[in-house]
Design a protein around this ligand. Structure first.
Ligand code: PSU
Ligand code: MN
Length: 305
């Protein structure tokens, strides 16, 4: 497997010593934010993981291998390539590795890399889900399928209301994925703290760690969603978000955007339509998730060592 997987020495060392590690994705870097805010944010997220007492492992595909743990120059280069980089999900990984194409990993592909490397905790911004109109388009993110398969806990600020959130939660339920509200009984909607839908409330990283421990000890493979609401001070006005979403969706329809281009297009439109406020919220919530991810990684190590 070493032929296809490269674990950064610092990450490998932490894993060998059973120390806490937090996986991070790279599609948010290439496709989720503009340059240079993307690189700056990636650095701040890694720093937040370190401040939380864990080692960050940003995952991407470079030099024909899944790289678990990037150096600063890798972050910078991927950030500059931006949306021209391949956005890699499960289906794309073998193609990219075999053909030697570089790219960033989505939540789904990052979960695969994290599980291969033995990293059970992963912090990100938003997960993919069931798109609105999926009953006609069949557009359901591979992230949901991966959450059902790979045994990785994903810390997220929920899913964007550009998606169909009730259907997203239905799929997660069907596929046996626990959705835990971190300090809340509401499923958060990324820019806002409450989607109006329920989540199973947990209080603190230790509770999450116990749930993960029990799930995987029982042989119940698959992931867990830790839905961590955006901090109150950084949340956006639901009315502003709602009208921006309607307009972004309308523009996506008008431009005939489909497939893997949908999510990056909507993110970019949201940024323009909210006058950059969505970007500020995005940065704040990712850093917050990185902190919670480190706390969970530490709690899980404490439980298992
Ligand atoms: N949602 C966000 N920000 C993101 C993404 C989703 O709020 O950056 C990215 C993640 O990498 C996620 C991917 O895994 O988009 C989902 O894409 P799709 O809907 O094409 O599966
Ligand atoms: Mn899709």
């Amino acid at each position: 497997m070493r032929e296809h997987l490269f674990i950064h020495p610092e990450v490998a060392d932490a894993l060998a010593k059973r120390q806490p590690v937090v996986a991070l994705e790279s599609t948010v870097l290439t496709h989720g934010m503009p340059h240079p805010r993307n690189v700056e944010t990636a650095r701040r997220v890694e720093a937040a993981v370190r401040e939380g007492g864990a080692v960050p492992a940003t995952i991407a595909v470079l030099d024909g291998r899944i790289r678990v743990g990037l150096d600063d120059d890798d972050l910078q280069r991927l950030g500059e390539v931006g949306r021209k980089a391949w956005k890699l999900s499960r289906r794309d990984l073998p193609v990219a590795l075999a053909l030697g194409v570089e790219g960033s990993t989505t939540v789904a592909a990052t979960m695969i890399g994290a599980e291969l490397a033995g990293i059970p905790i992963f912090a990100t911004g938003g997960i993919g889900g069931v798109h609105r109109g999926a009953e006609l388009s069949f557009d359901v993110s591979a992230d949901l399928e991966e959450l059902a398969r790979s045994s990785v806990c994903v810390v997220t600020a929920g899913a964007k209301a550009v998606l169909d959130l009730p259907k997203t939660l239905e799929v997660l339920e069907t596929r046996g994925v626990p959705v835990l509200g971190f300090g809340t009984d509401r499923f958060p909607a990324f820019y806002t703290r409450d989607s109006g839908l329920p989540a199973r409330r947990v209080d603190g990283a230790e509770e999450v760690a116990r749930i993960l421990h029990v799930k995987w000890r029982l042989g119940l493979d698959g992931g867990v969603v830790v839905a961590n609401p955006i901090p109150e001070a950084d949340a956006l006005d639901p009315a502003v978000v709602g009208s921006a979403i309607d307009e972004a969706l309308e523009q996506a329809r008008a431009h005939g955007i489909a497939g893997g281009d949908v999510t990056p297009f909507l993110l970019e439109r949201m940024e323009a339509l909210t006058g950059g406020r969505s970007l500020e919220a995005n940065v704040a919530l990712i850093i917050h998730n990185a902190r919670v991810g480190s706390a969970i990684a530490r709690a899980l190590c404490a439980l298992q060592n």
